[in-house]
Write a new protein. Structure first.
Length: 262
């Protein structure tokens, strides 16, 4: 299918960085057997991918600001547009050779997300969305799942580990959600969890203490697939709070009802 010039820019940048990450993934198995392990290698892979994305996006859209997980904020001469980029979401998965990771690129105009891309180079799944134009997976139109009650649903979540997040709060949330759903999943890459909701593979997803680059692309992709994305309180901007919940209008409302008091 034909894409806009903007989407073409994002796809070209993601595919180039993705080729680099896919080559690096092939080295992980060899590095796993070393005493030092692959952590330093993955850090270099992450930074290299972000630099590629920065170069390609900046060349195509000079002046746009850039927020990246590795390089932080780089101001542009066009203060109204900002790329929000995670060059390797799911780093721990990548570190262990698990092919559940992605490049995530969001574009914000003022305070509004106008485009998003999520690309998993391991399986060549490419999710894209542009404001008002729908969401797509490899050119197939996406719609969120239509289930209306949680007892039929498979829901994804984050899972705080050592040194991160409020473990007690998560255990309360998990206990309440377990009582009500058909299944819970934890995949380890927030962008792909959001993409899976957009594709109808998951009925909903929630996680706390994320960064804007974890959420930006996925948020517009879910919305363009007919879903709702908010903060866990059901109202505020998840890019600002770092707490996200999403699903169709019915499942989102049910999840907020459970999570908000906790």
């Amino acid at each position: 299918m034909l894409h806009s010039a903007l989407i073409n820019v994002m796809v070209k940048a993601a595919r180039r960085a993705g080729r680099s990450l896919k080559r690096d993934l092939g080295e992980i198995e060899n590095l796993q057997v070393s005493l030092k392990g692959p952590a330093n290698f993955v850090s270099l892979a992450d930074k290299r991918a972000e630099q590629m994305l920065y170069e390609d996006l900046s060349k195509a859209r000079p002046g746009y600001g850039f927020i990246g997980e590795e390089g932080g904020t780089r101001e542009g001469t066009d203060s109204s547009h900002t790329w929000i980029v995670d060059p390797l979401d799911g780093t721990t998965n990548f570190l262990h050779g698990i092919p559940q990771f992605a490049i995530s690129i969001g574009l914000r105009r003022e305070d509004t997300l106008i485009a998003g891309l999520i690309y998993n180079p391991a399986n060549d799944e490419l999710y894209i969305a542009e404001r008002g134009k729908g969401a797509f997976l490899n050119d197939q139109r996406l719609r969120v799942a239509g289930r209306r009650t949680l007892d039929d649903c498979v829901i994804a979540c984050g899972l705080p580990h050592r040194g991160r997040g409020d473990h007690e709060q998560f255990r309360r949330e998990l206990t309440e959600m377990q009582k009500r759903v058909a299944g819970l999943r934890r995949f380890g890459a927030a962008s792909l969890d959001l993409a899976f909701v957009a594709a109808g593979r998951l009925d909903g997803y929630w996680e706390r203490n994320l960064s804007s680059w974890d959420i930006a692309a996925g948020a517009i992709i879910v919305r363009e697939a007919g879903g709702i994305v908010t903060c866990v309180d059901g109202e505020n901007d998840p890019l600002k709070t770092g707490h996200v919940v999403c699903g169709n209008e019915f499942i989102h409302a049910e999840m907020v009802k459970i999570l908000r008091p906790l």
